[in-house]
Design a protein around this ligand. Structure first.
Ligand code: AN7
Length: 368
């Protein structure tokens, strides 16, 4: 095996409920609505590791390989299964895209009605296609994600429809299984965990997962949590909600995160940080991941690696560099790059058009 590579826990893709039932609020009566989500690869990133130093091992938790292409499936399998168990026949969510894609797919399997409310014109094309093809009722509003979330909260409080945003505790319960998988693969907790922060459900879920594994004595230490928002939509860093959040990373274009307090708790309990990265830093990490590690993610996902690079530059890891001790860092890559092909093409040179002749093609290809 290549240095840094780890053996995967070979339990197959049986879905997070079946795999981790004893840590989840399920009983034998719970109908398990699953697409065999979870058990995503933890990929050793040799080049990114090298930029930090010889004793650093950086791993990418590639959540884009979930059934609908994002980490949301972990929470959605449980949220939809519990809604079904409780006799609900409809679910609703607000979304920057991935939640709606996931809710629509799982609701389809459960024969439930799914309503999604999205900010008009602010959803990546792939995600919109997913919600539509899975037969959700898609309603675009003239407003942003925060407006949409406020409305669906009110609707679910007053009508017989279950909210499946991460305010629903079952979403967090399902998503915490990503921490379990990481610890199972690494035979322990990483030293640091980097991830993007939008509505802050995922950082809440990871931290809950790590703390639970620690309390069950499955791990002997806890990671330092490092969360990253996009600069134009960084309410947690600014300390106040942002009315008109802006960023090319549409998934995390959120001005008033629902799990704000829990994110702050994760930061302080783990002695971590929540920082902002610029759209430029996000795009740079986005390209490096694709070009050098072969991993295609959506821009929001690259915020974790952008944050890692930024902290490395500002000397945050310096005190660990002199040590011979191995430092393990996990970056969560929350969504697949194919969700948003338009942004990839916009940021890369388009292909050259030449005559259909071998000599011309050889020349253009640089093959001698
Ligand atoms: C790729 O789909 O909020 O901090 O409505 O799609 O748990 O919100 C998506 C969020 C990071 C942020 N990366 O996670 C939605 C939605 C991707 C995302 C986040 C999202 P949270």
């Amino acid at each position: 095996m290549q240095s840094g590579q780890i053996k995967h826990n070979n339990t197959g893709r049986i879905g997070i409920i079946n795999r981790y039932a004893k840590y989840l609020p399920v009983t034998k009566k719970t109908p398990v609505i699953t697409l065999c989500e979870g058990n995503t690869p933890l990929i050793f990133a040799s080049k990114i590791s090298n930029t930090l130093g010889v004793n650093f091992k950086v791993y990418l938790k590639y959540e884009g390989l979930n059934p609908t292409g994002s980490f949301k499936d972990r929470g959605m399998t449980l949220a939809i299964s519990k809604a079904k168990e409780e006799g609900m026949s409809a679910v609703i969510c607000a979304s920057t895209g991935n939640t709606s894609a996931s809710a629509a797919a799982y609701a389809a399997r459960a024969n439930m009605k799914c309503v999604v409310v999205i900010p008009e014109g602010a959803i990546a094309l792939g995600k919109l296609a997913q919600a539509l093809i899975h037969n959700a009722t898609v309603i675009a509003i003239k407003g942003n994600f925060d407006d949409a979330l406020a409305i669906v909260r009110e609707i679910s409080d007053n009508y017989p429809v279950r909210l499946v945003n991460s305010i629903n505790p079952n979403r967090i319960e399902g998503q915490k299984t990503a921490s379990f998988e990481i610890c199972d693969s690494l035979n322990g907790a990483p030293d640091f965990h980097c991830l993007p922060v939008g509505n802050a459900g995922n950082i809440t879920a990871y931290w809950k997962g790590y703390k639970e594994y620690y309390s069950y004595k499955k791990i002997e230490s806890l990671p330092v949590m490092l969360g990253f928002q996009a600069k134009g939509s960084a309410p947690i860093i600014k300390g106040k909600p942002i009315k008109n959040p802006k960023t090319i990373a549409t998934a995390i274009k959120i001005g008033n995160p629902a799990s704000w307090q829990q994110a702050i708790d994760a930061r302080s309990e783990s002695k971590g940080l929540i920082e902002a990265v610029s759209d430029n830093q996000i795009l740079q990490a986005y390209k490096i991941l694709a070009k050098e590690e072969g991993v295609f993610v959506e821009p929001a996902s690259a915020a974790s690696v952008a944050g890692l690079f930024m902290l490395n530059k500002t000397g945050y890891f310096d005190k660990y560099k002199t040590k011979t001790k191995e430092i393990r860092i996990v970056c969560t890559l929350t969504g697949h790059g194919l969700k948003d092909p338009e942004i990839a093409i916009k940021n890369i040179k388009t292909p050259k058009v030449v005559e259909s002749k071998m000599q011309t093609i050889l020349k253009a290809a640089g093959i001698k």
